[in-house]
Design a protein around this ligand. Structure first.
Ligand SMILES: Cc1ncc(C[n+]2csc(CCOP(=O)(O)OP(=O)(O)O)c2C)c(N)n1
Ligand code: SF4
Ligand SMILES: [Mg+2]
Length: 312
């Protein structure tokens, strides 16, 4: 069972007064990550909402040493820092416990622009945690489509709805044979906390992706962030899973959906609550568009159910 929200440590690494929107899911997710990582960590960020939100030294909104790097280089920069601290320790220039090196990167910086460096770092099994907070678009620059944007979504670069399904990025990372991969989302903070705590204790490359429903891009009321996150999981549009040394397991409610104990909720309510979908669902092809979105979800559930049976 996941750690109860009431049992999470009081420590706050995300400080009040930062520049994020109210109800920002990236900031909520980072707050949980901070509770698990604690202060002894080094953070690397690519251009994104989380960089725009963090402010400038000496008034940083995040209570870690933070390094802003180029969009394409999260994987290689984190590899460099992780190796540097280990070498400093070996040479006696660093005392005490090694800091956890982690990246905090959006879906644009993960699925698209930073994929090459991320893939290379994973193949080398370098020792850091790569966090992708996935708000399913390039939000900071006004909501353009990314490889994480689901089919049927309105963005400024898909004004008639994205025609392609999203990638299964976490699964792609698993196929790099790294020791730990997990998905999470802000409506299940204990699940996220436990996964980060576990990742922190595992040497080598870890990949954790957090679904981050963004009111601006998804077009819902900002106080509904957690509800959207919960609806994504209950409809099966986002599956909660982890893989330790290649073995996949699901956490609830996804575990019940995968085992067939509980049916996923219909995607209609989830879709109709979001302007990014429902503004395109007024025409005569609405039923077909919803069926396409539901079809993508059903296919992913069926695929992950079978994929979880394979361990290698
Ligand atoms: C090479 C490069 N291309 C484009 C940009 C402009 N840019 C800054 S933030 C951003 C969006 C980032 O999207 P994502 O990684 O998903 O993070 P989010 O904004 O959604 O938090 C873009 C395109 C840039 N800084 N560098
Ligand atoms: S646009 Fe979305 S992800 Fe960006 S700061 Fe606002 S709520 Fe957060
Ligand atoms: Mg994004």
């Amino acid at each position: 069972m996941a750690t109860s929200i009431k049992k999470l440590p009081d420590i706050e690494q995300v400080l009040s007064g930062n520049g994020a929107c109210g109800g920002c899911p990236a900031t909520m997710g980072l707050r949980m990550v901070g509770k698990a990582l604690g202060p002894n960590a080094i953070m690397l960020l690519t251009p994104s909402c989380s960089v725009a939100s963090m402010g400038m030294t000496p008034k940083l909104g995040y209570n870690w040493p933070c390094i802003n790097i180029t969009f394409a280089s999260a994987g290689s920069s984190a590899s460099g820092i992780a190796n540097a601290v280990e070498i400093m320790k070996e040479k006696g220039r660093f005392q005490g416990e090694l800091p956890t090196v982690f990246t905090w990167v959006g879906d644009g910086g993960t699925y698209d622009i930073g994929f090459q460096a991320l893939s290379a770092a994973a193949e080398r099994n370098d020792n850091f945690i790569f966090f992708c907070y996935n708000n399913e678009a390039y939000s900071n620059t006004g909501v353009q489509r990314s490889g994480a944007t689901p089919r049927g979504t309105f963005t400024t670069t898909t004004p008639t709805g994205k025609r392609q399904p999203k990638k299964n990025m976490a699964l792609l990372m698993l196929e790099h044979h790294i020791p730990y991969v997990a998905t999470a989302t802000v409506a299940y903070p204990g699940d996220l906390y436990d996964k980060v705590l576990k990742a922190k204790s595992i040497p080598g490359m870890k990949y954790i992706e957090i679904l981050a429903p963004c009111y601006l891009g998804w077009q819902f009321d900002m106080h509904d962030t957690v509800q959207m996150s919960r609806m994504a999981v209950r409809s099966g549009a986002w599956l909660l899973w982890e893989a330790e040394n290649g073995k996949i397991s699901f956490s609830n409610p996804s575990a019940s959906i995968i085992s067939g104990k509980k049916a996923a909720e219909s995607v209609d309510d989830y879709v109709m609550k979001q302007g990014r979908f429902n503004r395109l669902l007024k025409g005569p092809d609405a039923a077909q568009r919803i069926a396409e979105i539901q079809g993508d979800i059903n296919r992913e559930i069926a695929f992950m159910r079978e994929r979880a049976k394979i361990v290698y």
